[in-house]
Design a protein around this ligand. Structure first.
Ligand code: NDP
Length: 403
């Protein structure tokens, strides 16, 4: 029986709190804080109506360390689940260190003024968490998160070594809008406009953003163009699967999305440096976020499925030579919405955040320090994916990818 404080009342926070409330044997008390309390209250009302569970809510700017510390001390949780934005990671980790509470998040730290994300800042806190006997679990969403657990499950049950690994992220959903992002627009656009990077022969290979394109036939979605991108789990996979010769991340984008993004980029609307507008500084990308649809409003109209998986090639565990396996989850936007009031991109992130929290609270995943998903036994996590709405399948392919 455990008390948690969730910070962040967006789509991901909403799904995680709904799923925690549906598992009262694991989560005995759930508290929800975010910058805008009204958003917490709307989630709490939905949770009450769907599950009967009361979720106390609070207004909190997580970058205000004294306020954060005071709230953690007032509530006394065993775990703080950070589902705000990557900008808040270090502040919330600091709050956990000051109050002696465990920490979990779904995205690695990113400074506001540079479109760059890496684990270094959070890995640097390992000794401080270890000395205090605390645990921090990084990246417990779908990607990063489940994708690393998929890779480690293959390494435990099918492959002795992984030579090449490809993560394929397809959102085959249609929200009926000309242009919208499925999670926080600012974070999403920073991610897709950054140069692509993949791991090959022990080094990072950089290519211009969206310059490498590949068609792929996704089960339950159909053939889509996917683009090579950089994604944070490539960094942890390269660290924890040292034999990897090549690791790549691919994400699908439709023609309309790319057309709009190209124009927005060309006219300077995706810039993250300040410009002066009517005498005051504004950041174009932050202004753009305000005029784009809020991802949480896309839920009622989004139809179709997501299909996210890992294809890995390596030496078979049973000594039968080189083998290739494809492990994936397919999630339906309308079913996710019916269950939690959120579309599948939030659902596929919020459910693993709940499961990672359950792993920590239940003791299946324990340690002192800062950890990534690759460092723990994948089996109990994979069992919970099957039980809590993200079932997965694994199949053997005829051979390695031909691209
Ligand atoms: P949203 O933008 O919908 O929600 C973020 C929430 O955090 C908002 O409620 C926002 O408040 C709140 N917030 C922002 N700044 C602060 C602050 N300083 N203090 C307190 N609360 C704050 O994002 P999502 O729900 O889509 O995403 C949440 C996280 O999940 C992000 O870090 C994102 O990168 C990550 N993610 C991870 C994925 C994965 O697979 N690993 C996939 C998708 C997302 P307000 O409403 O006032 O703005």
């Amino acid at each position: 029986m455990s008390k948690v404080l969730v910070i962040g009342a967006g789509g991901v926070g909403s799904v995680a709190v709904h799923k925690m409330a549906a598992n009262p044997d694991i989560f005995s008390e759930i508290h929800l804080a975010s910058r805008t309390r009204a958003k917490c209250d709307a989630i709490a009302a939905s949770v009450k109506q769907r599950t009967g569970v009361n979720v106390p809510t609070y207004a909190l700017d997580a970058e205000d360390i004294p306020a954060l510390v005071a709230l953690i001390e007032q509530i006394g949780p065993q775990l703080v689940v950070n589902l705000a934005l990557p900008y808040q990671d270090l502040a919330i980790m600091d709050g956990c260190l000051r109050t002696g509470v465990d920490y979990l998040d779904t995205a690695n730290y990113e400074p506001k003024d540079v479109a760059k994300f890496e684990y270094k800042w959070q890995w640097d806190l390992h000794d401080r968490f270890r000395e205090k006997g605390l645990m921090a679990l990084l990246g417990s969403g779908f990607d990063p998160g489940v994708t690393s657990v998929f890779a480690m499950w293959l390494k435990k049950h099918r492959l002795k070594t992984i030579r090449t690994l490809d993560i394929l992220d397809c959102n085959g959903g249609d929200h009926g809008q000309a242009f919208a992002t499925n999670f926080n627009p600012e974070i999403n656009i920073r991610e897709v406009t950054a140069p692509a990077r993949h791991w090959e022969n022990n080094q990072w290979i950089e290519t211009p953003a969206m310059s490498v394109k590949q068609a792929f036939d996704f089960e339950a979605v159909g053939t889509r163009n996917m683009y090579l991108m950089y994604h944070e789990e490539l960094e942890s996979l390269a660290k924890f699967v040292p034999e990897l010769e090549r690791a790549r991340f691919w994400m699908t984008f439709g023609e309309e999305y790319i057309k709009h993004l190209t124009v927005l980029q060309n006219v300077g609307m995706t810039r993250i440096d300040p410009v002066i507008y009517e005498g005051r500084e504004i950041i174009p990308l932050q202004f753009l976020k305000v005029v784009l649809p809020e991802p949480s409003t896309l839920g009622p109209t989004t139809k179709g499925k997501t299909n996210i998986g890992v294809i890995a090639t390596g030496e078979a565990l049973d000594g039968s030579g080189e083998k290739t396996f494809y492990i994936k989850n397919i999630c339906d936007h309308e079913e996710a919405y019916a269950e939690t009031g959120n579309q599948a991109v939030s659902y596929t992130t919020g459910v693993p955040a709940m499961i990672g929290s359950a792993m920590m609270l239940g003791g299946q995943w324990r340690g002192k320090g800062v950890f990534n998903m690759e460092e723990f036994d994948p089996d109990p996590f994979m069992d919970m994916l099957n039980q809590h709405g993200l079932p997965w399948t694994v199949e053997e392919l005829d051979g390695p990818l031909g691209f």
